[in-house]
Design a protein around this ligand. Structure first.
Ligand SMILES: [Zn+2]
Ligand SMILES: [Zn+2]
Length: 266
């Protein structure tokens, strides 16, 4: 399996995943033109995509979903509540391309199996995805203010964790946002802080040289170097050491990060 973040952050999110038989995007939040350019840069023809999976209706995840789906005949997968909530952004999708999954239930696209987990976020019915192709497991988790033990159980055992490191708690507290917005981001229906996500990883990493990609990082309330240092230090307190037990990088905000390759593709 190949997993490549194309853009990541509050201004837009889109990840490309490829297995032997399947090519998908998770979210498409940016202009259609920009995503088309990003796909061109990684040499993927949008007509070859088997689907766009949607985590939730927020604009930074859905703004190009409709345009791309109509232009290239791509199927769109979302749960029923998200379909209703994103209708204004996504507009009409031909019924044959409109796919509905139930969050909490698994489904397949060709050789890619997809587990869907409900998130805790200020949207109607957020979903995070766990992807497996029989050889590689990727656990994705962004746009959630809380992570339950059930979620952690399902995420465990992955080769790659694509996990939200939205803000540094101190930077958010002292930063430029209004009190209300700060409250929203820090709430258990907002976004994961560096410390919170590191705590989650401390409970699920198995010291098997898993790879971690820090995602959905805020421009105003976080800093890539600070985030990496926080994760490194927090995890070291649990005797989980970067380099020895896991590797880590920060997803690039506006351009493709290097692809993560599953075992069979290395
Ligand atoms: Zn988001
Ligand atoms: Zn969101």
């Amino acid at each position: 399996m190949k997993f490549q973040p194309l853009i990541s952050g509050s201004s837009g999110n889109c990840q490309y995943i490829e297995t032997k038989e399947t090519k998908i995007l998770v979210d498409a939040g940016m202009t259609g033109k920009k995503i088309q350019e990003l796909l061109e840069e990684i040499q993927v023809d949008p007509r070859d995509l088997d689907g766009i999976l949607v985590t939730h209706e927020h604009y930074d995840h859905t703004s190009a979903v409709g345009v791309l789906a109509r232009r290239y005949g791509i199927k769109v997968f979302a749960n029923e509540n998200t379909w209703m909530a994103m209708e204004k952004t996504v507009k009409t999708i031909p019924s044959g391309q409109r796919q509905v999954f139930t969050t909490g239930e698994d489904f397949h696209i060709k050789d890619l199996s997809i587990q869907t987990i409900p998130t805790f976020h200020d949207c109607v019915h957020g979903t995070s995805f766990i992807l497996e192709d029989g050889k590689t497991k990727v656990s994705m988790l962004t746009d959630t203010g809380w992570v339950s033990t059930t979620m952690m159980e399902k995420m465990k055992g992955a080769d790659l964790y694509y996990i939200e490191a939205n803000h540094d708690e101190e930077m958010l507290r002292t930063g430029p946002y209004s009190f209300a917005l700060k409250q929203r981001i820090a709430s258990n229906r907002g976004h994961l802080s560096n410390h919170h996500a590191a705590d989650v990883l401390s409970k699920i990493l198995e010291k098997k040289k898993e790879h971690v990609i820090l995602a959905h990082m805020s421009t105003d309330n976080n800093d890539p170097l600070l985030a990496v240092r926080t994760f490194r230090e927090d995890l070291a307190l649990h005797n989980i050491h970067e380099g020895l037990h896991f590797t880590m990088e920060v997803a690039k905000k506006t351009r493709p990060s290097d692809p993560f390759l599953g075992k069979e593709d290395q």
